[in-house]
Design a protein around this ligand. Structure first.
Ligand code: NAP
Length: 285
């Protein structure tokens, strides 16, 4: 049981965790902390948080669990503000989509309290943002990856694991660099490609006509280009090495396809498309 959860950044990810824990009755009290009173007020009206604070000392000193769910580039500043207020028994965890960059800024900001930070990343989301986007079943049957650091205790990792399990999620553990590489391929690259495709089409002549005839396939492929630009800018900046490596692989694949199309190489095209269909049908059921 969590006595007092403090959620910093009550948006889709932070708000959904609070709602899920409330639903499973394993948190007594939730305080929201953030920049805009408007968003915090909305979160209170929606029953996501019980009260809100803008003062870190008041909110953090009473918490036994602190969940940081702000955009990745805002985390350094948030950890600096948490550091002086964090009591010895409290645990800090996060939902940031890039893990090594978050660990680096947390290590610098939290200093001797770094052992209290257990990094995490729920593999769940939508393209909506803010408190109004939060919903209690977001993590049901989804995965959460924890990327513990050597300073963490087994007991604290277990507490974070147990918290996520109460939301209906399955919890895995991974080394942070490995997480960043895997997610660069399965999440970060697809978002970059969706943003790039929509931007590319938006810049051609007859843009109105192109979007007028956009059908299901275009909508499926580009839904994620409606995601928050700030969040995705931050992920690209903070996981650049792994994303660039994946882009390089993808570039190679595009070059192969381009050559096959130029040469009317039907066999090559059929092989690439068949391999891709087989892989997707196998892994994404
Ligand atoms: P969100 O809905 O926009 O919520 C983020 C919240 O953080 C906002 O409500 C905002 O609240 C606060 N915030 C924004 N900028 C801030 C800043 N500079 N300083 C302090 N607070 C700030 O975003 P989200 O989708 O929940 O994403 C939160 C984190 O989860 C990100 O690190 C993201 O990488 C990660 N994540 C997202 C997804 C996804 O699909 N969306 C999935 C997994 C992980 P106030 O306006 O009240 O400050």
């Amino acid at each position: 049981m969590i006595n007092h959860l403090c959620v910093i950044g009550v948006g889709l990810i932070g708000g959904s965790l609070a709602l899920a824990l409330k639903k499973s009755a394993c948190v007594k009290q939730v305080t929201g902390l953030g920049r805009s009173i408007e968003n915090l007020q909305k979160a209170k009206e929606l029953g996501i948080i019980d009260q809100y604070e803008t003062d870190y000392a008041k909110a953090i000193s009473q918490a036994d669990m602190v969940f940081v769910a702000v955009p990745v580039s805002a985390m350094a500043d948030v950890f600096k503000k948490i550091q002086p207020c964090l009591n010895k028994q409290a645990i800090v965890t996060d939902g940031g989509s890039a893990k090594q960059a978050v660990i680096d800024v947390a290590t610098e900001a939290l200093g001797t309290k770094i052992n209290q930070f257990i990094p995490g990343h729920p593999i769940a989301g939508t393209e909506q943002s803010g408190a109004e986007a939060a919903f209690g079943s977001l993590y049901t049957d989804r995965r959460v990856i924890l990327t513990p650091i050597k300073e963490n205790s087994v007991e604290d990792i277990k507490k974070v694991r147990d918290m996520w399990k109460k939301t209906g999620a399955e919890v895995d553990e991974m080394e942070a660099h490995h997480h960043d590489l895997v997610l660069a391929g399965t999440s970060h690259l697809p978002h970059v490609l969706a943003f790039a495709l929509v931007d590319c089409l938006n810049n051609v002549d007859d843009v109105d006509e192109i979007f007028k005839y956009a059908a299901g396939g275009f909508r499926d492929f580009t839904r994620i280009a409606s995601s928050d630009p700030v969040m995705w800018r931050d992920i690209c900046v903070n996981n650049s090495e792994a994303i660039l490596a994946m882009m390089q692989n993808y570039q190679q694949e595009i070059d192969n396809l381009k050559k096959a199309i130029e040469n009317s190489n039907s066999d090559e095209l059929l092989e690439i498309f068949s391999n891709a269909k087989k892989a997707r049908d196998t892994f994404c059921m």
